[in-house]
Design a protein around this ligand. Structure first.
Ligand code: COA
Length: 156
């Protein structure tokens, strides 16, 4: 099914492609206008560069045999309040920036990247993996066992 692509870990050199994935992801979800998406990508670039350098963010990228990155996803491990499910864990594993270029969708790339991310979280002994799902992403996560949470938000 995905014979001409392989998954690799992102390096600091991939900051720009990850910023592109984040912008294109929100664009395709119908979120934000051009100006806010551009500004977001500009603000995110130094963040992702720093996180890739210090190891807070791990990126998984699918690339074709000729080296073109066509899909990706990431995991941010950041400090978080200890909670009852895993009382000794003070950091949380948060999945973000799941994106597949339109012409490469439906080949199982997002599913494969998610499997790698979840496998990594298991290895690292995280008890919970968190994410926010788009409508397009939800079936993939649900099929892997992700469940809805009770989160709410207030826009100010
Ligand atoms: C959501 C997204 C990442 C899926 O990427 P993908 O690589 O096409 O996903 P997969 O090929 O692994 O597909 C997994 C499932 O998604 C559905 N799906 C994805 N693309 C599809 C397509 N083109 N046609 C039909 N179903 C599709 C199917 O249910 C598929 O399950 P199946 O393999 O059992 O049929 C991609 O559509 C995307 O980038 N969308 C815009 C950004 C976004 O919403 N990102 C997720 C944020 S949470």
């Amino acid at each position: 099914l995905i014979d001409d692509t392989s998954i690799r870990l992102a390096t600091t050199e991939d900051a720009t492609i990850i910023a592109h994935h984040r912008r294109a992801m929100f664009h395709d979800m119908g979120r934000g206008d051009v100006a806010s998406l551009d500004k977001m990508a500009e603000m995110f670039l130094p963040q992702i560069t720093r996180w890739l350098s210090n190891g807070d963010y791990l990126g998984w990228l699918a690339q074709t045999d000729d080296g073109k990155v066509v899909a990706g996803g990431g995991l941010l491990v950041h400090e978080w309040a200890a909670g009852p499910v895993a009382p000794v864990q003070t950091r949380r594993a948060y999945v973000l920036n799941i994106y597949t270029e339109p012409e490469f969708r439906g080949r199982g790339l997002a599913r494969k990247i998610m499997s790698e991310i979840v496998a990594y979280c298991r290895e690292q002994k995280f008890s919970v993996v968190w994410l926010h799902a788009s409508d397009a992403g939800r079936p993939i996560y649900a099929a892997m066992g992700f469940v809805r949470t009770n989160e709410m938000k207030l826009l100010l």
